[in-house]
Design a protein around this ligand. Sequence first.
Ligand SMILES: [Zn+2]
Length: 71
Amino acid sequence: MKNSTQCPKCESVDIMQINGLIGQTQTTLNLISISSSEGVAVTRYVCSDCGYSEEWIVGKNLKKLKKKYRK
Ligand SMILES: [Zn+2]
């Protein structure tokens, strides 16, 4: 959905992008922890018709995650 902007399940184009950033309300907070004090934000794409969702790590957050978890 990040790349096609269309839901793969129901083909709706009504996609919401929800950024999991620090400082936003708890309902939108979505993080993967990389240390006791730091996490990277996960961006969610949600189809507003059927509810299907995808999660993506983008930009510099992906680099941080790689540094921490890549074998
Ligand atoms: Zn859908």
